[in-house]
Write a protein that binds this ligand. Structure first.
Ligand SMILES: Cc1cc2nc3c(=O)[nH]c(=O)nc-3n(C[C@H](O)[C@H](O)[C@H](O)COP(=O)(O)OP(=O)(O)OC[C@H]3O[C@@H](n4cnc5c(N)ncnc54)[C@H](O)[C@@H]3O)c2cc1C
Length: 597
């Protein structure tokens, strides 16, 4: 395996960022990209610019011949086989490369959705759970793009609640076939895919995955959906009417389909998050170009403070999003590298990825919501032209919306984040409970020392306090509700929001510190300004979420005492955010694109 990760050999547990402090050199950031990473990134970007973008108009009219051709060309360039072992036609590169390709290909939402469904959820179930024969039969075609993959979990009556599916599978009397009956819904690539991972219940009970080929008898896609966005992608129902599936096409174990269904979503989520950050970078570039040439009141609109503020916020988010995305995959690569001789054992690799399920969900939620913010502001910067089809903002605005719905809705992912952390805390896998207890004892007794010292001391204190606030509020809520906290969805989501922001803050700060350590001198750089603004904004959101949790979990004197602690933890030195945003805006406007220094 050609692993090119630059993170060191330390063991970092998923979710541990809440209770442990990392140093800049313990995380991977875009500044660590190797020449090989940059070469592949360039290949992906050139492919998007030269092959995808010129075809957008035709693709929007659902010319699936072109889409299939693009998937094949991406395969020829090696962009689709990164997660597939070499012996089955892939390249098995590191997860940084996987994320980077998703990031740089993201110039057109419909292609990203098509390619994402093909390379992730349509292919990885076979990579991780297939038998040798299944891998030999299906993976080379999927890697090269000669065949296209799809993943059919959702049904009209159950998608978030996927294990409740109605599709049934029955073994034939001679034991040679499973006969599947049912209907799947909203299946990406269904209009032209060749290989489908389909979930059904054997004997109406045992949730199981099957590999189904398009030409199996009894298998038929339904009509294309008319969608709000990603109109160039194919989304259809699937009809399984006594569909005969050879018994050897059962994927994984009978009754263990849930392991497959949920595991591959982790990769889908980190790639979707990285793709959203890439897409935001493209939007920023387009918005800057427009703002620099559009005139109003005798000036270009890029000279107006309110437009500069929008451009700065986009750039700040991209800085933070990149930091989170590549920190995530860097951690995975380090953990995969520690598998040593077992790096080609795909079962072990997928377990490593599962370790970081919380971080994958964080990136998915944060990335999709950040992109929604960016496209909305892009439309605003384009003004009236933002609202008409001839200009790119209108389509991009529509295309981005689905990211909050698929790969698990953001509501479900928020519940996953808090639920997963609580599960790990209860099982002792992550010593969260002891950290919470220690913190509660200290802060309520007023003995906690909040000082940090050294470089970036104020910023580090902010991040450290953000973690304390998240743990404090989570601790008070879990004391009140115990196990029943799972039923308090608003509290679970507020805890998830604090967790997401904490991870975003720390990732941004570690990146800025790393840049300062290695190559970035002056304190006026974009990285430092972006980090300061994000940290202050995020701390306000965290404080607000903590208040919501505390007020739901406590009252009277207890609540007053807790709010006093919260006020103390949320105090910070107020930097001039307008001036900091101006620094960021000035640099990106001058450069015409996202820059970090
Ligand atoms: C363009 C597109 C492509 C897609 N591609 C695929 C694909 O390739 N394969 C595939 O299998 N599926 C695919 N899907 C389906 C997608 O994964 C589901 O639409 C999604 O998981 C949401 O499920 P649902 O539509 O049934 O909504 P529901 O589950 O009915 O949810 C409706 C609302 O209720 C919320 N909700 C649901 N359960 C809870 C809960 N427990 N707590 C709190 N809130 C909850 C949701 O967050 C959402 O806001 C695609 C969907 C679209 C739109």
């Amino acid at each position: 395996m050609a692993s090119v990760t630059a993170t060191p050999d330390i063991e970092i547990h998923g979710g541990s960022f809440l209770i442990e402090e990392r140093t800049p050199n313990e995380v991977f950031t875009p500044e660590d990209f190797t020449e090989q990473h940059l070469l592949i990134a360039k290949t992906a970007e050139e492919f998007a610019d030269k092959e995808i973008v010129p075809n957008i108009e035709k693709l929007e009219r659902k010319d699936f011949t072109i889409m299939r051709d693009l998937v094949r060309k991406a395969g020829e360039l090696g962009l689709s086989g990164v997660d597939i072992p070499e012996q089955y036609g892939g390249m098995q590169l590191d997860k940084v490369t996987s994320a980077l390709i998703a990031d740089r290909l993201s110039k057109y939402g419909s292609f990203s959705a098509t390619w994402g469904a093909h390379t992730c959820i349509g292919t990885l179930p076979i990579v991780y759970f297939g038998t040798q024969d299944q891998k030999k039969k299906y993976l080379p075609g999927l890697a090269s793009g000669e065949t296209v993959g799809a993943y059919a979990l959702s049904e009209s009556s159950s998608a978030s609640d996927a294990l409740n599916c109605r599709t049934r599978a029955q073994l034939s009397a001679d034991g040679k076939y499973y006969v599947l009956n049912g209907e799947k819904m909203w299946i990406t690539n269904a209009g032209f895919a060749d290989v489908f991972i389909v979930f059904a219940k054997v004997d109406g009970e045992k949730f199981t995955a099957f590999i189904i080929e398009r030409n199996f008898p009894g298998f038929a896609p339904g009509n294309e959906e008319h969608k709000m966005g990603i109109r160039g992608s194919s989304t259809c129902p699937l009809i399984l009417n006594d569909c005969k599936v050879p018994a050897e096409n059962v994927l994984g174990d009978i009754g263990k389909g849930h392991v497959i269904a949920f595991n591959v979503l982790n990769v889908g989520r980190f790639k979707l998050g990285a793709g959203c950050v890439g897409s935001a970078r493209n939007c920023l570039e387009s918005a800057i170009a427009y703002a620099k040439q559009r005139k109003a009141f005798g000036k270009t609109i890029a000279d107006f403070g309110l437009i500069r503020e929008k451009l700065a916020n986009m750039a700040i988010g991209i800085f933070v999003g990149e930091a989170m995305a590549y920190r995530n995959v860097g951690m995975m690569d380090s953990a995969i590298a520690r598998l040593g001789d077992h790096q080609s054992d795909m079962n072990k690799v997928r377990k490593v990825i599962d370790e970081y399920a919380v971080e994958c969900s964080i990136l998915k939620v944060w990335g999709s919501e950040f992109l929604n913010y960016v496209v909305d502001e892009m439309v605003q910067i384009y003004g009236g032209y933002g609202f008409v089809e001839e200009y790119p903002a209108e389509r991009i605005y529509r295309d981005s919306r689905v990211n909050r719905i698929f790969e698990g809705t953001n509501e479900i992912n928020r519940l996953v984040i808090t639920g997963f952390l609580l599960k790990r805390a209860m099982s002792g896998h992550l010593p969260l409970m002891s950290a919470i207890k220690k913190l509660l004892d200290e802060v309520l007794a007023g003995t906690r020392d909040d000082s940090t010292g050294g470089d970036f001391s104020e910023e580090r204190r902010l991040v450290s306090n953000a973690k304390k606030v998240a743990l404090f509020a989570a601790g008070i809520a879990s004391q009140k509700y115990m196990q029943a906290i799972q039923n308090e969805q608003e509290i679970m989501a507020a805890i998830a929001n604090m967790t997401i922001e904490t991870y975003a803050m720390e990732s941004a700060l570690l990146r800025a510190r790393k840049m300062a350590l290695h190559n970035d001198g002056p304190t006026s750089s974009v990285s430092i300004a972006a980090t300061r603004v994000y940290l202050m904004d995020a701390m306000e959101r965290i404080e607000s979420a903590a208040k919501t949790v505390l007020a739901a979990a406590s009252d009277g004197d207890d609540l007053r005492q807790q709010l006093a602690v919260l006020r103390r933890l949320c105090k910070y030195e107020l930097f001039n955010r307008i001036a900091l945003r101006q620094i960021v805006a000035q640099r990106v406007i001058e450069s015409g694109k996202f820059v970090t220094a």
